[in-house]
Design a protein around this ligand. Structure first.
Ligand code: 13P
Ligand code: SF4
Length: 304
């Protein structure tokens, strides 16, 4: 049954010149039919270079908006219109415009998990895989880092020469994991390495053997000589890794690591988006695209 739908999707996407981008958090059967999969940074760069005129994003809304900003001439469809990002929805343009008044000589660095509208008033975007590199490359010392205070704290720790101001925001999924859970998991699996996403709290990051983006974690686990890993990000990553490396063992850091938004995406959503039965076309006005693009282009320039 799954194979039949997958075959139909592969046929239809070829006939209709469609590129399917899937974030690494979506289900295995979607990853199998995607043209590109990866972390937020890889997807935004791939989207820019994809030759197809239509892109279906199987991920969350800010990712589809990023594709539209980078490729305004393309038709960009978010496979499941209900898939937002709890972090991206925490801070809007009005709030940050007010905050900026208190920090006039600060560069505003926005995690890519922000709305297109908010990006229009920020100086540069970063992703989890590029944040340290980009903040380091900025000539400015004073940085206002939004919205993820955990990723921001991780960047600040790596770059003590910078003066980084943080706001109280972040991913409720990753931030729910405690140091006690990490200590317990390490006790249960004494031979495993702990690989953690920087959206986790500093107390968890401190215990990790490796800290990185979703793709960074997957690459590290693949290349490592170690046979066992505790995965500190969405449960789907441990699942994908287990398929990819059946001779290694992958354990969940915490069963709280479930992103309900990402999990809204199904293989049927992809099929329905292709045949025009569902999905939402991302529409952004020209000024939002032009203003938001500046900080995404800056991210690609400094992070490339
Ligand atoms: P990555 O950039 O690591 O893919 O992270 C995106 C995300 O939303 C993690 O929660
Ligand atoms: Fe957003 Fe967190 Fe889900 Fe990532 S895991 S998409 S940051 S809510």
């Amino acid at each position: 049954m799954i194979k039949d739908i997958q075959q139909e999707i592969l046929k239809l996407k070829k006939e209709n010149d469609i590129c399917i981008l899937a974030h690494s958090y979506v289900a295995h059967e979607i990853i199998e039919i995607a043209d590109f999969t990866g972390d937020s940074y890889a997807l935004s760069v791939k989207a820019k270079d994809a030759p197809q005129k239509t892109v279906i994003m199987v991920g969350v809304r800010f990712m589809a908006e990023t594709v539209k900003i980078l490729s305004p001439e393309k038709k960009v469809i978010l496979a499941n219109p209900g898939a937002g990002c709890a972090m991206a929805d925490q801070m809007d343009r009005e709030l940050i415009s007010e905050v900026k008044k208190s920090y006039p000589d600060y560069k505003v660095v926005a995690y890519i998990n922000t709305t297109a509208s908010l990006k229009t008033i920020c100086d540069v975007c970063v992703t989890s895989s590029s944040a340290v590199k980009i903040v380091k490359a900025l000539p400015d010392k004073n940085i206002l880092f939004i919205p993820d205070c955990n990723l921001g704290a991780y960047v600040a720790e790596q770059l003590p020469e910078k003066n980084i101001k943080l706001l109280q925001g972040g991913c409720p999924v990753h931030a729910a994991v405690s140091a006690d859970e990490a200590i317990k998991a390490k006790k249960e699996h004494p031979n495993a390495l702990l690989l953690v996403h920087p959206e986790c709290k500093a107390e968890v990051v401190k215990l990790a053997d490796y800290v990185g983006s979703t793709s960074g974690i997957m690459d590290f686990a693949g290349k490592s000589d170690c046979r066992e890993f505790i995965i500190g990000t969405e449960l789907s990553i441990a699942e994908h890794l287990q398929y990819q490396y059946p001779d290694k063992m992958f354990y969940y850091l915490s069963d709280k690591l479930i992103c309900k938004n990402m999990r809204l995406n199904t293989l049927y959503d992809v099929y329905n988006a292709i045949v025009g039965r569902s999905g939402e076309e991302i529409i952004l006005d020209g000024k939002t695209i032009a203003d938001a693009r500046k900080c995404i282009d800056e991210m690609i320039r400094l992070g490339g």
